[in-house]
Design a protein. Structure first.
Length: 700
């Protein structure tokens, strides 16, 4: 955030004004790309806001909204959306949200609102307990802002002044280094032509940060900007087009493809990477997997300020991303011009007969009575359906010869397309996978059920990612059946999640030796009664980086597990573990993330040994029955983030934890007062020593 400090202070004063005890709403109004969301996010994430409000929640509304989904996303933001809650109707959700907020001082952000009807629908879910609760609405539309604003006038965003624009430009182009003297004059001309619009500045800065920093090239950019940035409606579009034109060829298709997602969509990087791979948008590189190449492409787009990072993982990787509305609009227009894909916001019947569509993305929230028969003759290659109301139409779009990518909420498929590379659905159609799916790379089933996969799964040589709520993996054909020289090895398989009672025999592991991510659901009793599950063989997976155990047996099992030294992330959920078992875990040389979730057998005391957890960066303890935790900086020398949730029996956080030089944050939620007190004491002690880097967040 560069500039607009006056806006930040004004909104913070409004948030905490004691004279405004009633529930108040403030509308932040301005054109797209002027920084409404960035400014509001800065205030929302400010440490004082976190401390002042009991509950905070953020939802992006956008043009194509669904009222029920809005309430669910608000509850999701509060971490209150359980599986049971997700099944409620709109009216039930509205009542549940009201009761959740009742008596609490809360801050709600409704980002990017386009319609006054949205406000009419949701405002009754926000109780006015006269305790200083606040709502912020961001919108491009003056009438919407005035309608939702509770008092006086909306907060209008201003353009950046010359100094702020220059600072923003230089920070994005040069970082901490200053602008070379020979580039200042032309650089300031470029910034001046951006007319104070932050989006235009950061896009051009992203372009120039990657380009040759010469007077000749900058003069060329400045002269072109002067001609395209005029006082008309498509100013920014022309800037975006220029930025796109200068993208390396290998990034252009991947960048445009992001427009296939709905407006303001929180894009899962994991999903985006899999789609890029399946759509063959990547340039293969030696010694790198296609997934690694895809993540490098994503980082390049982030560096160019074309993609925004939303959430990072526990070890700092980008977990989800988004794209600004103006950039997405450009992607959609350019992609449809190039016939890369077609985004349909008006229902399937809105596509005229004869339209050449190879990739179709469905965003409409309007129910359809029928699908035009001409759609079945469009020779589609990819279908992505983001509309939960149109699931019953999806199967009519499938052409068994040509479809390679199919992602929908629900569908019923009578015949799988033979060229299918990517398939994701919310039901259990994967029960009947035909052996003909030789090209299948990604198989995702979100149905909350146990699925028994067919034996043909072992013949799909191109498989890269298989993920289910719970799956039973059949035994592979024996060597005698196949012949020792013809054993099928799934060299590309990287993800296998979640396998019930996974049989880690040598015969199985030799077929999936390149596995990187594995989730195992253990049954109670069967694991330890015989040696069939062979967890000691896990050490043979030399490339395994992430391993999760779920629903472990009613006795400790870690002593029969041999972990591969390649492990970076390890999680246990609803497993029987004791603090003594952690010595086995702590000895893993590359472990960076450890999650202990719902462990009810841990024991009263845990004291790690010196020399353990040397590389651990992220430690999460949720609902474990630990009382006394003895530790200091020598036990977790690399720890960056500590998360403690619902550990009601824990007495305190060891004071020595605060002395870890790498520690950046401590997050405590729904723990005892003594744990909260110890967290605050650690923060105060570190601040007294001049360490302002450590952030302590408390939710109770």
């Amino acid at each position: 955030m560069v500039g607009l400090d006056d806006h930040i202070m004004k909104i913070k004063e409004w948030l905490t004004a004691e004279v405004l005890s009633n529930l108040e709403t403030l509308s932040v109004v301005g054109m797209g790309g002027i920084g409404k969301t960035t400014l509001t996010r800065k205030v929302y994430d400010d440490g004082f806001s976190v401390y002042h409000f009991h509950i905070r929640a953020w939802v992006t509304v956008s043009q194509d909204y669904n009222e029920r989904e809005l309430l669910l996303k608000l509850l999701d933001s509060m971490k209150k959306a359980t599986d049971m809650v997700r099944g409620k109707s709109f009216e039930q959700l509205a009542e549940y949200l009201y009761k959740t907020l009742k008596g609490m001082r809360y801050l709600i952000v409704l980002d990017d609102m386009w319609d006054t009807k949205v406000w009419d629908k949701v405002k009754r879910s926000f109780p006015n307990d006269k305790n200083g609760s606040r709502i912020i609405v961001t919108t491009r539309l003056e009438n919407v802002g005035g309608y939702a604003n509770s008092s006086s006038t909306p907060h209008h965003m201003r353009f950046l002044n010359e100094g702020e624009s220059w600072n923003l430009f230089c920070e994005n182009v040069f970082g901490k280094d200053g602008c070379p003297t020979e580039l200042k004059q032309i650089g300031k001309k470029i910034v001046q032509n951006c007319q104070g619009l932050p989006l235009a500045i950061v896009v051009i800065a992203g372009l120039l940060s990657k380009a040759t920093k010469t007077q000749h090239y900058w003069t060329y950019i400045g002269e072109n900007l002067s001609s395209v940035i005029a006082s008309n409606d498509d100013n920014c579009s022309k800037i975006l087009a220029l930025s796109y034109k200068h993208l390396p060829h290998h990034l252009k298709g991947c960048f445009l493809y992001i427009g296939i997602f709905p407006e303001d969509y929180d894009i899962s990087v994991s999903k985006l990477v899999k789609l890029w791979v399946a759509e063959r948008l990547l340039k293969p590189m030696r010694s790198k997997s296609l997934e690694d190449v895809a993540r490098e492409y994503l980082l390049e787009l982030v560096d160019r300020n074309l993609i925004l990072v939303r959430v990072k993982s526990s070890i700092g990787k980008i977990k989800s991303c988004s794209i600004h509305d103006l950039l997405r609009d450009f992607c959609v227009r350019e992609a449809q011009r190039q016939k890369l894909f077609h985004v349909n916001n008006m229902g399937l019947c809105g596509i005229s007969e004869g339209t050449k569509v190879r990739r179709l993305s469905i965003h409409s929230h309007r129910k359809l009575n029928d699908v035009d028969n001409s759609l079945q003759n469009m020779r589609l290659r990819s279908v992505l359906n983001f509309d939960w109301e149109q699931y019953h139409q999806s199967d009519k779009l499938i052409n068994s010869r040509l479809i390679s990518v199919f992602d929908t909420q629900y569908t019923s498929i009578n015949e799988f397309p033979v060229n299918l590379r990517y398939f994701a659905s919310n039901n259990d159609v994967a029960r009947s996978l035909p052996v003909s799916l030789r090209n299948l790379q990604t198989l995702i089933c979100r149905e909350m059920a146990k699925i028994h996969l067919p034996p043909e799964i072992w013949e799909m040589r191109q498989l890269r990612h298989v993920k289910f709520w719970e799956m039973v993996l059949p035994d592979p054909p024996s060597a005698e059946t196949e012949g020792k020289n013809s054993i099928i090895v799934l060299h590309n398989l990287q993800t296998l999640y979640n396998v019930a009672n996974f049989r880690c025999t040598e015969e199985v592991l030799q077929r999936i030796s390149n596995l990187k991510k594995l989730g195992i659901i253990l049954s109670n009793g069967a694991l330890l009664e015989g040696g069939d599950y062979c967890l000691n063989n896990l050490s043979r997976l030399l490339k395994l980086e992430s391993l999760g155990f779920f629903n472990g047996p009613s006795q400790s099992f870690l002593k029969i597990v041999a972990f591969p030294i390649s492990l970076k992330k390890l999680s246990f959920s609803y497993c029987y573990l004791r603090g003594d078992d952690m010595t086995i875990v702590g000895s893993l040389p590359n472990l960076q993330v450890l999650k202990l979730l719902y462990i009810f057998s841990f024991g009263l005391e845990w004291e790690p040994n010196e020399g353990e957890f040397l590389q651990l960066k992220y430690l999460q303890l949720r609902k474990i029955d630990l009382e006394n935790w003895i530790a200091n900086s020598i036990h977790f020398p690399s720890l960056e983030c500590l998360v403690i949730e619902r550990c009601e029996n824990l007495k305190e956080i060891p004071c020595g934890i605060g002395e870890i030089p790498t520690l950046e944050s401590i997050e405590v939620s729904f723990c005892s007062d003594s744990v909260v007190t110890s967290a605050k004491q650690i923060e105060e002690e570190q601040q007294s020593l001049g360490n302002d880097y450590l952030q302590v967040r408390i939710v109770n």
